[in-house]
Design a protein around this ligand. Structure first.
Ligand SMILES: [Zn+2]
Length: 429
């Protein structure tokens, strides 16, 4: 990496801190999707000043878009001096709820200088406003060091990743922003750690299963039919056959943590019988046999699995219960599905970033796959762009936690990896 680029990044340390703090101080909570316009305006001002052409794009009509909480996105593009590839950094600007247990102001952007290094605290510090700020600093430093670059650099900050990305990357992909004719390399600075490359994620299938019964007086349950007992039989069958089956399915995907290197299933919720009463209701519940019981399942599947087989396993399990249990009736409804995504290790962006990690950090890059999904799914499936990875600073375990933080040195190191990646992809040799 050129000394001039290294120096340009080191010289921006205070700017990087201030930019990260500025982003954290705009509380872009999702749901419901607050201050999306404000954060896009903040970024637009910054990126225009750095010579980017800026577009603000509202995902009009997308899931959750409303006049009260419009889904705003920003796409900024800086052209080089001659034709070449476009490198796109995509970050989501939304953050999840604060939750309990904080000892700092979640939207204060507090900087703590400590013996283990400087840290910036706040909701979104690591997931992923720190990564967004890092990519901006990397691009600005690269442009200052090498103004004669070829191709183009794009930086986007998008809505709603935490709730599926429909008002963000999915919308932009539908509008052609990730068309491989327009963009050739995508880096998503999610907090996967500065020396690791995330190639993709497992697949997802959410479904709701409902068992049916018949309401009756609770003192004479034999006159009704309990949907909760029917669901109990489903859960027993799941324990006896489905969970053991899933535990045998192992993947070649380098998923982290290790426990996610197999098929998994979570029961997100269970509801049966009388609805829960409001907190201010002080009376007793009424005696009824529950006539409906519902669970929502969250099945995460592997690149070796096919979603139709994944669904068929669950249906087969329900049919086994039905065969053994009188009056057993059920319905199953699809809620959401995402195909697994894994970029090839030989893809240009993977090789270039791995090389940059080796040169900047003097270590071999780790290759990982995320247990949960992120916006790569939309770039892959809707945008049809396969040359995409997640790479960014921060400790993944801190995401969505109280006292979330990002290390300043990790951001600087990552900015150098990103800067060198730009140099390799956009400077003619
Ligand atoms: Zn994230």
């Amino acid at each position: 990496m050129s000394q001039i680029l290294r120096d340009e990044i080191d010289a921006r340390r205070d700017d990087l801190i201030a930019l990260t703090q500025g982003l954290i101080r705009i509380p872009t909570l999702n749901p419901p999707g607050r201050n999306y316009r404000e954060i896009c305006d903040f970024l637009a001002e910054r990126l225009r000043a750095s010579g980017f052409a800026v577009e603000l794009v509202r995902a009009t009509g997308a899931l959750a878009d409303s006049d009260r909480h419009p889904r705003w996105n920003i796409v900024a593009r800086r052209e080089g001096t001659r034709p070449g590839d476009c490198v796109h950094f995509n970050s989501h600007h939304d953050v999840v709820e604060v939750g309990h247990g904080w000892t700092r102001d979640p939207f204060g952007g507090e900087l703590e200088r400590g013996p283990t290094g400087d840290r910036i605290y706040g909701r979104g510090a690591c997931d992923m406003k720190g990564g967004l700020a890092t990519s901006i600093i990397a691009a600005e430093a690269f442009i200052a060091a090498h103004p004669d670059f070829a191709g183009a650099i794009e930086i986007s900050a998008t809505a709603d990743e935490e709730s599926g990305g429909f008002g963000g990357v999915a919308y932009l992909a539908e509008q052609g922003y990730f068309d491989p004719a327009r963009v050739q390399h995508v880096i998503i600075p999610e907090p996967l750690h500065k020396d690791r490359i995330c190639l993709g994620h497992r697949g997802v299938w959410w479904a709701e299963i409902e068992t049916h019964g018949r309401i009756a007086h609770g003192s004479m349950p034999f006159l009704g039919d309990s949907a909760v007992r029917h669901m109990g039989a489903v859960l027993a069958e799941m324990e006896a056959t489905l969970f053991p089956l899933l535990a045998t399915k192992r993947t070649e995907m380098p998923v982290i943590p290790e426990g996610a290197r197999q098929s998994t299933l979570n029961i997100n919720s269970i509801h049966g019988g009388e609805p829960e009463q409001d907190a201010d209701y002080t009376g007793m519940p009424a005696p009824c046999v529950p006539d409906r019981c519902r669970i929502v399942i969250d099945r995460r599947f592997l690149i070796e699995e096919n979603i139709d087989e994944v669904k068929a396993e669950v249906t087969a399990m329900l049919e086994r219960v039905k065969a053994e249990r009188p009056n057993f009736h059920y319905e199953i409804r699809d809620l959401f599905e995402v195909q697994p995504s894994m970029t090839d290790r030989d893809a240009p962006v993977v090789r270039t970033v791995a090389d940059a990690i080796r040169k900047v950090l003097d270590t071999e890059a780790g290759f990982v796959v995320s247990p949960g999904t992120y916006d790569q799914k939309h770039i892959d499936r809707i945008g049809r762009l396969k040359n995409c990875i997640a790479y960014g600073p921060g400790v993944l375990d801190l995401a969505h936690q109280p006292d979330e933080w990002i290390g300043v040195q990790d951001m600087i190191d990552s900015a150098k990896v990103m800067g060198l990646t730009l140099a390799e992809l956009l400077l003619p040799r």
